[in-house]
Design a binder for this molecule. Structure first.
Ligand SMILES: Cc1cc2nc3c(=O)[nH]c(=O)nc-3n(C[C@H](O)[C@H](O)[C@H](O)COP(=O)(O)OP(=O)(O)OC[C@H]3O[C@@H](n4cnc5c(N)ncnc54)[C@H](O)[C@@H]3O)c2cc1C
Length: 273
């Protein structure tokens, strides 16, 4: 459980982080809260030659009301997302889900940007941002680009971020017409065996699934059934369509498909459908 040797660079701004990433290329890795990267390094599943520590970059921890959406700085910690009054009022799903990540220690260190950039299909916040139809702001040597959540998660622990890009902001549309997050776990602080996020706004319902494939997934068949007027119970029957869950010591693929249907029905009903 000891990481391979690495060099350590601490940066105080996003431009400095981009320069360090550009200089060291694929050998470098950003570190924010360290709560996903360090466990991988200890298991030697990640062996970056250079760690670029952006954990103390000022100005990247914020929540801002931007009219039709709320902007969240990448270094905002899960605890702060969970307790933020703007998010609680306008995007309650995101605030609620942040409170379901790990335990208090994890929520005080881990950042929303780290969780999204890590791209783990078992993580809670990527699915919430997906259900909300959010987007990510990536900054690189050529400036900013905005990537919709639907295009961001590309494979297991793989995202649309280029090696020299920093995720600076997560944007989520306001959605306060109903929400729910159903997380099936054996112990309350664990990762989801399966999770289902639901967000309602302006007559539309976004539904996404945790741990039902190599990436967080939008439950497109459920959303389509709801749009055609199906009941929550009938729509939830489609929840496993298009998924590819793995089997592990927690659950077989069949059990995960069953959980997806049950949890989707519960989440839709909890969200008022
Ligand atoms: C005991 C334990 C329990 C946990 N339980 C849960 C859980 O129940 N649910 C859950 O969802 N998560 C859980 N986590 C993970 C936790 O939420 C992490 O905090 C989060 O996944 C990563 O955030 P971080 O800031 O720690 O990222 P880091 O570990 O610092 O980084 C993770 C990855 O993202 C990259 N990165 C970080 N920030 C940026 C950025 N701004 N731009 C580009 N790339 C970036 C890094 O290079 C790295 O590849 C748990 C972790 C632990 C240790």
């Amino acid at each position: 459980m000891i990481p391979a040797a690495f060099d350590y660079v601490r940066v105080d701004s996003v431009p400095e982080a981009i320069s360090a990433l550009t200089e060291h290329g694929e050998d470098a890795k950003l570190i924010a809260g360290g709560h996903s990267l360090l466990p991988l390094m200890k298991l030697r599943l990640a062996t970056p030659a250079v760690l670029v520590d952006m954990g103390r970059v000022p100005d990247l921890s914020y929540v801002r009301d931007e009219g039709d959406h709320v902007a969240v700085g990448a270094l905002t910690r899960h605890h702060d997302v969970n307790h933020d009054p703007v998010l609680t009022r306008h995007v309650p799903l995101l605030a609620y889900v942040a409170g379901k990540v790990g335990d208090p220690q994890v929520r005080h260190r881990g950042t929303i940007g780290g969780s999204i950039a890590h791209g783990d299909p078992a993580s809670d916040l990527p699915a919430a941002v997906l259900a909300l139809g959010g987007s990510m702001v990536a900054r690189g040597p050529n400036g900013d680009r905005v990537i919709p959540a639907s295009e961001f998660f590309q494979g297991f622990l793989e995202t649309a971020l280029a090696p020299d890009e920093v995720l600076t902001e997560i944007r989520v549309p306001k959605a306060a017409a109903g929400h729910a997050y159903q997380k099936f776990v054996r112990r309350s602080q664990d990762w989801a065996i399966v999770g289902v996020a639901v967000a309602r706004a302006n007559g539309t319902t976004g539904v996404s699934l945790v741990n039902m494939g190599p990436v967080p997934l939008r439950a497109a068949a459920v959303e389509a059934a709801l749009a055609q007027g199906a009941s929550a119970a009938d729509a939830a029957e489609q929840a496993a369509e298009g998924t590819d869950p793995t089997g592990d010591h927690n659950a077989s693929p069949e059990f995960r498909r069953h959980l997806a249907r049950v949890l989707t029905r519960r989440a839709l009903q909890e969200a008022g459908l």
